[in-house]
Design a protein around this ligand. Structure first.
Ligand code: 48F
Length: 257
């Protein structure tokens, strides 16, 4: 006879263990789009003992990748990004010289599975609403249930400490904005956020790796957030830059450690 209370207890205890074990970590990633997932995967692949948690506001992970272009669920990828996608086990098809396509559902599913299996703990339906900053150095994140925030409930958040934070929140570059809102200067020419440029796929994909870097002590940007902070162009449904940026931020964090 199944006992409903045992089912509840199993979920509550297992989840709470996972959360408590994520209160002091090496890397906290914000945003489970393609760049954030890829960053987590490569960090764990290079250094399996790292403690990494990824927080995603929505119930679903995958960010802007599910919808391909205008909800046509295919993505386009270039040669370099394709190599990463194939490492995740995704089948790609050559469309024309330099252009490959992949099923966006297969892509998100494969990237997410590899990332979870690598040992990155993903917490969905949790929003990052602030950072911990001590003496001008970021030390962690402030989190809350997305549903509580959506309902406008006056509920205090919880906090966790992380040696590194990755802003992988895509176009809104939310962590960069949170830091700037607190009057902190970012490592940009203006000390603030430039905002993303109009669509120019070639430029956006070229500049993104340069923009993938530390923007405040212990805070890194990758993916579309990197271009949004530094004024890089948007590029639409071509995803090589997102995967390469995720891989690059992992490498840069490991180089600094
Ligand atoms: O937007 P998203 O997919 O970011 P990305 O990895 O990839 C960008 C592409 O999808 C596409 C593009 C290039 O082809 O232009 O847009 O850079 O994923 C960002 C994720 O972050 C979550 C958000 O729900 C999304 O799933 N997110 C944003 N702000 C927060 C957050 C927050 N404050 N807390 C938690 N999650």
């Amino acid at each position: 006879m199944l006992d409903e209370t045992k089912i509840s207890k199993a979920i509550i205890k297992t989840y709470m263990d996972k959360l408590v074990n994520s209160l002091n970590i090496d890397v906290a990633i914000v945003g489970a789009g393609p760049s954030g997932l890829t960053a987590g995967y490569y960090l764990k692949k290079q250094k399996p003992d790292l403690k990494i948690a990824l927080f995603e506001r929505k119930l679903s992970i995958g960010g802007g990748m599910w919808g391909g272009g205008m909800m046509m669920n295919e993505i386009v990828i270039q040669e370099e990004g394709r190599k990463i996608l194939e490492k995740f086990g995704v089948e790609t098809k050559r469309f024309e010289e330099g252009y490959f396509t992949a099923d966006s559902i297969e892509s998100v599913s494969a990237i997410a599975l590899c990332t979870v299996k690598s040992g990155v703990r993903i917490f969905n339906a949790i929003s990052v609403e602030d950072t911990i900053i001590e003496d001008n150095i970021a030390r962690g994140l402030v989190i809350n249930w997305t549903s509580a925030l959506d309902m406008g409930l006056h509920i205090d958040p919880l906090a966790l400490r992380a040696a590194h934070i990755i802003d992988a929140t895509g176009h809104p570059c939310e962590i960069a904005h949170l830091i700037a809102k607190k009057g902190k200067k970012l490592f940009t020419e203006t000390g603030g956020i430039t905002g993303e440029g109009a669509m120019y796929a070639d430029e956006g994909e070229r500049i993104i790796l340069k923009n993938t870097r530390e923007i405040f002590p212990n805070v890194w940007v990758c993916g579309m957030a990197a271009n949004a902070v530094f004024g890089g162009s948007r590029m639409g449904p071509i995803f090589g830059g997102m995967l390469l940026s995720g891989k690059t931020v992992a490498e840069r964090i490991l180089e600094k450690n």
